[in-house]
Ligand binder design. Structure first.
Ligand SMILES: Cc1cc2nc3c(=O)[nH]c(=O)nc-3n(C[C@H](O)[C@H](O)[C@H](O)COP(=O)(O)OP(=O)(O)OC[C@H]3O[C@@H](n4cnc5c(N)ncnc54)[C@H](O)[C@@H]3O)c2cc1C
Length: 417
């Protein structure tokens, strides 16, 4: 280990904490800077796809995750015709130990990692500390943060910006967040109801142009996520007041349920124009934002973290910085080539209004579900979110687009913010 070995991580979300933990395990001194006083426990991602299970396993976290999570095997798509297509992860059993999904809130994962992180030497979290601006980004990185005691200067060898989709670090460095915002407003509701007793598996999508929904198990106490689209021209109060009415489409008639919480949010397809600016590396939602249908954004953030842990670990052990450029290019490639188009396709399929296309979608699903090889390939394909390992010739695999400089021409047309 060289003398350059301290890292600042901005953001105590799952991406930041996972990166912080993975680096601290390698003996790096890591300080996490978080503007909130505690972890964010709002209802957000809660499905861990096989690639995430592998990432947690590699970091020694899967055993703990299994203790708090509920296992799921099936994914079903419900079509208006009444057909329910099913893909079962158990077809992967011969190929990977990760032939299931786990279900628990991302804040539970964050807490689990936080506890482990703080047990390691030379680790700390500065709660209630807000990143303001970058003061220096040359031999070392220096930033200004706000605390209750006033402004302070913090310094490190490297900085990981994992401060979410509205990343202040990304904005401070003037890195474009190229893409667009969907016109839709999504409702994320958590509800206690025994969906399993009514024939729902752990991961369900309901395809319908208006009453589309994603229904997923959150834990073994019968807490489930029901996500659906709601009017963007309504106030949050109006959307909240409409939850019971909307539930009539997803829950059996006269069902008795307990709503735990509900919140609405806007959905984006955006990607940072670069994931690296000098000594600053972007990861997770700070680097990319996507529709949550299919759970790919959160899943990609976990893979950003695992790739960054390895890349930064190598550099801190004397490897040249080329491996950080590889991190930036490879993760951007994976977002642009895989996550972004797949998430857009998931959203289209769930919301498709054209009856011809809906019939084609159903026909396609029937074909896929009837062939175990097809199912296996479809599910294994999600491992494509995992980075291709670093090698000195990594640039040959990437296009110019993946390794663009900050401030070059945008790839998408931004509509609004
Ligand atoms: C309502 C909602 C529902 C969602 N549902 C799903 C879902 O079902 N499936 C799915 O896959 N994804 C879902 N997502 C997306 C998923 O939550 C994100 O992909 C995930 O949170 C990304 O993790 P992250 O650690 O990169 O960022 P975040 O979780 O956003 O963490 C960023 C952290 O940085 C902190 N921070 C921000 N600015 C500063 C600053 N200036 N200084 C210090 N700290 C700062 C924040 O307080 C936060 O703790 C949902 C998102 C929302 C909003």
């Amino acid at each position: 280990m060289t003398t350059r070995k301290n890292v600042l991580v901005i953001g105590a979300g799952p991406t930041g904490l996972l990166t912080a933990y993975g680096l601290a395990k390698q003996g790096v001194h890591v300080t996490v800077v978080e503007e909130r006083a505690t972890l964010d426990d709002s209802p957000r991602a809660m499905v861990y796809l096989p690639s995430s299970l592998k990432a947690l396993d590699d970091l020694g976290l899967l055993e703990d995750a299994e203790k708090v999570g509920a296992r799921g095997h099936a994914f079903t798509m419900r079509f208006a015709s009444g057909y329910i297509g099913e893909l079962d992860h158990r077809v992967l059993q011969e190929h990977t130990p990760y032939y299931y999904t786990l279900h628990f809130g991302q804040h539970v994962l964050a807490k689990l990692i936080l506890d482990r992180f703080l047990q390691l030497p030379n680790t700390s979290v500065l709660w209630g500390t807000r990143f303001n601006r970058v003061l220096d980004n040359s031999d070392r990185v220096a930033i200004e943060v706000s605390t209750q005691a006033g402004e302070q200067r913090l310094e490190a060898d490297w900085l990981v910006a994992a401060d979410g989709a509205r990343s202040s670090v990304r904005k401070a460095l003037d890195i474009e967040f190229e893409g667009f915002t969907w016109p839709d407003t999504f409702m994320a509701t958590n509800v206690y109801f025994d969906f399993a007793a009514h024939g729902y598996c752990e991961n369900t999508m309901i395809a319908d142009p208006v009453e589309w929904a994603v229904i997923s198990k959150i834990n073994n106490d019968n807490l489930w996520r029901v996500a659906y689209g709601e009017r963007s021209d309504w106030s949050e109060e109006e959307r909240q007041a409409n939850v019971a009415k909307r539930y009539q489409h997803f829950l059996p008639e006269s069902a008795s349920y307990k709503l735990e919480r509900a919140s609405s949010y806007r959905v984006h397809q955006r990607c940072a124009s670069t994931y690296r600016a000098g000594r600053v590396l972007l990861a997770g939602d700070a680097a990319h934002a996507t529709s949550p249908i299919g759970g790919l954004g959160f899943t990609a953030g976990i893979q950003d973290a695992t790739t960054l842990i390895e890349a930064l670990g190598l550099v801190l052990n004397g490897h040249d910085e080329d491996v950080l450029d590889y991190y930036a290019g490879e993760r951007r490639r994976i977002f642009l080539d895989i996550v972004n188009p797949l998430a857009i396709e998931h959203k289209r399929r769930v919301q498709e209004a054209d009856p011809v296309k809906r019939a084609q979608d159903e026909e396609g699903f029937r074909k896929m579900a009837s062939d175990p090889n097809y199912v296996r390939n479809a599910l294994m394909n999600l491992f494509a979110l995992v980075s291709t390992p670093y090698s000195a010739d990594w640039r040959d695999r990437l296009s110019e687009r993946d390794v663009r400089e900050p401030h070059s021409m945008p790839l998408f047309t931004a509509t609004d913010d």
